[in-house]
Design a protein around this ligand. Structure first.
Ligand code: UTP
Length: 297
């Protein structure tokens, strides 16, 4: 299905403090999941959904990211001379993936502020925002579905997933109303990282958004919120309450998501994705069984 959205914005300017010291000199989005930086899975997802124009909002340490999506001529020449076509293909995979652009955030004043930095590039079009913290399995089509819902409803759309109530304080949590479509809800309220035990539901925003350009003036007016940061969630709440802008819809995702945002979940994501791989899966599965059996003795 054709739709007008062609641009993806990928914020990578967060400090990544939960992963220190690994993120001292490396954006957390460049941490490998199995053998690919998390960010490459996310760019592949954007391209698969028909968004070949990718804007990274970068912070300090952007060199690693730029180099990853650029040619690596010396490495390519060495592999070429060795005749190692397989590794050469692995190196080239990320080079021609998308048309990548970069904008600096300056001070990391929050996700809302990072998204605002995309305004000059995006202009008057709707666009998608993808966070590197969440990897969506390539076999599930969350972003495609969100673009469809945006097309039909002409509103901002967020991705929602049911989470364990004990984990709700780690997410933006939505209050919703059903629509005539089973996987689409109207979002009426949003709260960023509610205090434990106070979440209004267990539907959490996960890191995919399709936004109309009407979000920009709202972000410009959004004061710093939780943690002194300009929160995208606060701007989305304004959109949810404004029917003239089409309100805010949520696509309830029931597919496979791998959370790479915190250390324990990051380790789990590596295991989950490696177990599925043809080259690594069989060996890892055998080893895991033995390793886990050892816990009982
Ligand atoms: P997080 O809330 O996970 O923050 O950001 P963080 O700084 O990256 O990580 P911790 O909590 O210190 O470990 C969610 C997404 O928003 C981006 C991050 O890069 C991440 O993709 N972000 C956040 C920005 O681009 N700029 C910001 O000012 C804040």
């Amino acid at each position: 299905m054709r739709h007008a959205v062609t641009k993806a914005v990928i914020p990578t300017a967060g400090l990544g403090t939960r992963f220190l010291p690994a993120t001292k000199a490396l954006p957390k989005e460049m941490l490998p999941v199995v053998d690919k930086p998390a960010i490459q899975y996310v760019v592949e997802e954007a391209v698969r959904a028909g968004l070949p124009d990718v804007l990274f909002v970068t912070g300090r340490n952007k060199n690693a990211l730029e180099n990853h999506f650029d040619r690596a001529t010396e490495l390519e020449a060495i592999l070429h001379n060795k005749g190692d076509k397989q590794k050469l293909a692995r190196v080239a995979e990320s080079t021609d993936l998308a048309n990548v652009h970069y904008v600096r955030q300056g001070d990391p004043k929050g996700l809302g502020h990072a998204v605002l930095r995309s305004k000059a590039h995006v202009g008057g079009d709707s666009f998608a925002v993808l966070l590197g913290d969440d990897i969506i399995d390539g076999r599930d089509h969350l972003l495609e579905r969100m673009l469809e819902v945006h097309d039909v409803r002409q509103s901002c759309v967020v991705a929602l997933m049911e989470v364990d109530p004990a984990q709700a304080h780690l997410y933006g949590i939505a209050t919703v109303e059903a629509t005539e479509e089973d996987d689409v809800v109207r979002v009426r309220g949003l709260v960023e990282k509610p205090e434990p035990g106070t979440a209004p539901s267990n539907l959490a925003i996960v890191g995919r958004y399709v936004l109309t350009p009407a979000i920009y003036p709202v972000l410009e007016q959004t004061p710093p919120g939780r943690g002194g940061e300009i929160q995208l969630t606060d701007a989305l709440l304004t959109m949810a309450q404004d029917d003239r802008q089409g309100g805010l819809h949520g696509v309830v995702f029931r597919g496979r998501r791998y959370d790479t945002g915190d250390r324990l979940d990051y380790i789990k994501a590596n295991v989950q994705l490696a177990v599925e791989r043809e080259d690594l899966g069989p060996g890892l599965r055998d080893w895991l069984k033995e390793f886990v059996a050892g816990f009982d003795s």
